[in-house]
Design a protein around this ligand. Structure first.
Ligand SMILES: [Zn+2]
Length: 416
């Protein structure tokens, strides 16, 4: 039996009523710092909040040995001990396969900054680390679950689950793997990430690379006798910029057509130099290489290493990949996409719909999509340009709007 569709004004009333409480929850969330590896206090806080609001909760820790057989467990990552995973459940009235919402508990610390964890509200903008990535999208989803509890007291045809996973910023997919191993699977999945409130039906796969340049250390006054690893690293960085340009085929995937860079290569860490006055014997550059959903990761690993070596033939390099994650691409005519599009149009008008596009990053979508071929969207309030940025903030009106759209999507999806 289909769920009676609530009017958009009923949705608006249900979502708007406890606005101050929603803002307070987001402020409390931001004020509980949860850098990768230190998610426990925040995850426990959300578990307690969910239990207090009448949701079922499942809170557990996963042993390192359990993830070891999987690629996500083999990626270089912080130890899993003391880093719980949480599933919040809104039980359904029937046996339909669940809809899974997925958020990550961890945030990046990034640049040193005053008031990083302030949670200060000014003119509808809530400031602090994690405001858009990923606590605003998470709170929007929790709010959607509260709205659904009120609007559909008999329950949806199936369970609505929200998994709050550790470590997305540390090793993509590892946290979601802990939930998969616990046995959670869904008919559809919505990954909560900042997408400017536009549902996105694809995301990037990616590789984390490390390039070590080897040199020969000698005193700087006789540098011609040595070999400078730092100069070698400089050539490598230039070569990576040139490769990014060569691989920038904007026609490769229409869902990514709006991205100026088709396959971004981002060096985020360099490390070199041990002794002052000496020619450097070892220099490291590491970063992410983000690809397109149809790119074969094994082939691109080879291509990356081969073309980089060819670009700097005289340099002695070690090239390794320390992490790898899948992307995804859900067909736009999938019922999950239809439900989301209809919810956007129902609440925002036909102008609110701008067509299907991709999330311009990697995220937990790839693993959920690959594991059970679950149709998957990436969706949430706040812009990706705010994620990890100094002065990160979110507009609380966007969080509220997202909660309404998500609630309506869940209702429609189970009926399609
Ligand atoms: Zn995120």
């Amino acid at each position: 039996m289909p769920t009676p569709a609530p009017s958009s004004s009923a949705l608006a009333r249900a979502a708007a009523r406890p606005r101050d409480e929603m803002i307070a929850l987001l402020q409390q969330s931001i004020r509980l710092p949860s850098p990768s590896g230190q998610e426990a206090a925040f995850t426990n806080f959300i578990a307690a909040w969910a239990a207090r609001h009448g949701f079922q909760t499942d809170l557990w820790e996963t042993a390192e040995a359990a993830v070891a057989p999987y690629p996500q467990g083999q990626a270089r990552h912080l130890p899993l001990a003391g880093r719980p995973t949480l599933v919040v459940k809104l039980p359904g009235r029937g046996q339909a396969e669940p809809l899974i919402l997925n958020a990550h508990a961890d945030v990046v610390t990034g640049e040193a900054q005053d008031n990083l964890w302030s949670g200060e509200l000014r003119d509808h903008l809530l400031h602090g680390r994690g405001a858009v990535d990923d606590k605003g999208p998470l709170v929007g989803a929790l709010w959607a679950m509260l709205v659904l509890k009120e609007l559909v007291p008999v329950g949806l045809p199936g369970d609505l689950l929200l998994e709050l996973v550790p470590g997305e910023e540390d090793a993509v997919g590892l946290g979601t793997l802990t939930s998969l191993l616990r046995g959670y699977r869904g008919r559809g999945v919505i990954i909560l990430e900042p997408t400017s409130n536009i549902p996105r039906c694809a995301s990037r796969p990616g590789l984390r690379f490390e390039v070590i340049c080897h040199g020969v250390a000698v005193h700087g006054s006789v540098k011609w006798l040595g070999r400078d690893a730092l100069a070698s690293l400089r050539r490598v960085l230039d070569a990576l910029t040139a490769l990014e340009t060569r691989w920038n085929n904007s026609a490769a995937d229409p869902l990514f057509a709006a991205c100026p860079i088709a396959r971004p290569v981002t060096v985020d860490r360099v490390e070199a130099g041990r002794w002052q006055g000496m020619v450097c014997s070892r220099a490291l550059g590491a970063g992410y290489f983000e690809l397109l959903p149809a790119d074969d990761l094994a082939l691109w690993r080879e291509k990356f290493a081969m073309e980089l070596r060819a670009a700097v033939p005289d340099d002695a390099l070690d090239i390794t990949f320390t992490e790898q994650y899948d992307g995804h691409r859900t067909a736009p005519d999938d019922p999950l996409c239809t439900a989301a599009r209809e919810a956007v149009v129902a609440l925002g008008g036909s102008n609110a719909w701008t067509g299907w596009s991709a999330f311009n990053s990697g995220c937990e979508a790839g693993l959920r999509f690959q594991a059970h071929a679950s149709p998957t969207l990436v969706w949430g309030p706040g812009g990706l340009e705010q994620a990890h940025a100094a002065g990160e903030f979110i507009d609380v009106r966007d969080v509220e709007a997202f909660a309404r759209m998500l609630a309506l999507t869940a209702i429609r999806y189970f009926d399609l």
